[in-house]
Design a protein around this ligand. Structure first.
Ligand SMILES: Cc1cc2nc3c(=O)[nH]c(=O)nc-3n(C[C@H](O)[C@H](O)[C@H](O)COP(=O)(O)OP(=O)(O)OC[C@H]3O[C@@H](n4cnc5c(N)ncnc54)[C@H](O)[C@@H]3O)c2cc1C
Length: 309
């Protein structure tokens, strides 16, 4: 789906409870708001909730998310069910966001992309991390210049990663059990020269001190120097790292914010699981509310200053 409007006051990365609540509060501050991401990718989608204040009984996460989207639409929030694949500063003020098939600009960004809980769970996977196995193309692609690599995944992160690697590596396989991407990204993949193996899963990793090959579920053995496991969407950490957003210094798994949900970069706010434990809907919604209000105030201030000049 193409959106006509390309400039927004606020773009929210993430369509979970944090992003949805942020969207509602930002829109009520008279800001134009675009929410990116997929509700089916929210941690809440398959969960059942019985500890969320004022909601009695056991509620399906899917129903709560659909209600939240509808509520936000009523406040004028726009949605695009695509992932952000690139974010960067737009000159002195504002940001550019590239999605699977479009690009947008905004004055303020809210990062509400949740956390990834996924790995392949294969024997030897943990031991081979950093020795051929990586979870981040943008971080490690350069180590595989001229090498043979495979990427595993079904979403935008895997496809974008495979296309990026194809410019660096000598051979790139994309192993997927079934792609879930936009038409635009599919076209880019078709034109890239990446060899797509589908519907396939990885059955076994070969190598002790270093990855040597992967064996697929049809017994095909691919001799590779690297395997990038890119499940789901473009990781928030990669998007954040590009923008210089501060991450927690010990494990680099969470975004650091102040009590206004502001990051170290003016105009960038964060909310929900991406900001750390506890991974709970109530916390995500609370932080989303604050992030939406803070981003709204930030945009209003920029607009007032622009009017004075
Ligand atoms: C099995 C299970 C049971 C749970 N039970 C409970 C419970 O009983 N009570 C409770 O309070 N909590 C529970 N939780 C936790 C709760 O679901 C999370 O805390 C909550 O969903 C976090 O919200 P969030 O908005 O931060 O992230 P999420 O809900 O995970 O949403 C993340 C969003 O970011 C989007 N996204 C990711 N990458 C990108 C990108 N590159 N560009 C654009 N968008 C992107 C995704 O598409 C998704 O829409 C449970 C979780 C699980 C997995």
């Amino acid at each position: 789906m193409e959106l006509e409007k390309k400039e927004f006051d606020i773009i929210i990365l993430g369509c979970g409870p944090a992003g949805l609540q942020a969207a509602m509060h930002a829109a009520r501050k008279r800001c134009s708001v675009l929410v990116l991401g997929r509700i089916e990718q929210s941690s809440l989608y398959k969960a059942h909730i019985e500890n969320y204040c004022c909601v009695e009984g056991v509620k399906s996460g899917k129903e709560l998310l659909e209600a939240g989207m509808h509520q936000a639409q009523m406040f004028g929030v726009e949605f695009l069910s695509e992932d952000a694949v690139k974010t960067e500063a737009n000159g002195k003020e504002g940001f550019l966001v590239e999605t699977e098939s479009s690009s947008f600009s905004c004055l303020s960004l809210i990062m509400a992309t949740g956390v990834s809980r996924k790995g392949l769970g294969l024997k030897g996977e943990k031991e081979l991390v950093g020795k051929g196995i990586s979870y981040c193309v943008d971080c490690d692609a350069n180590f595989y210049r001229g090498a043979r690599v495979a990427v595993y995944g079904n979403g935008s992160a895997a496809v974008h990663g495979a296309i990026t690697l194809n410019e660096i590596a000598s051979k790139v396989y994309l192993i997927t059990s079934g792609l879930d991407i936009s038409q635009g990204l599919k076209k880019a993949l078709d034109e890239s020269g990446v060899e797509v193996l589908q519907p396939r899963k990885i059955k076994k990793l070969v190598g002790q001190d270093k990855l040597e090959a992967v064996v697929l579920d049809d017994e095909t053995k691919l001799v590779v120097d690297g395997l990038f496991i890119e499940l789901g969407a473009k990781g928030a950490m990669e998007l954040a790292a590009f923008l210089g957003v501060e991450l927690d210094p010990e494990r680099f798994t969470h975004i650091v914010t102040d009590k206004n949900q502001a990051t170290n970069i003016p105009g960038i706010f964060a909310a929900g699981d991406i900001c750390g434990l506890p991974y709970q809907m109530a916390k995500a919604v609370g932080e989303g509310c604050i992030a939406g209000l803070s981003a709204g105030s930030y945009c209003q201030k920029l607009k007032r200053e622009a009017k004075k000049q």
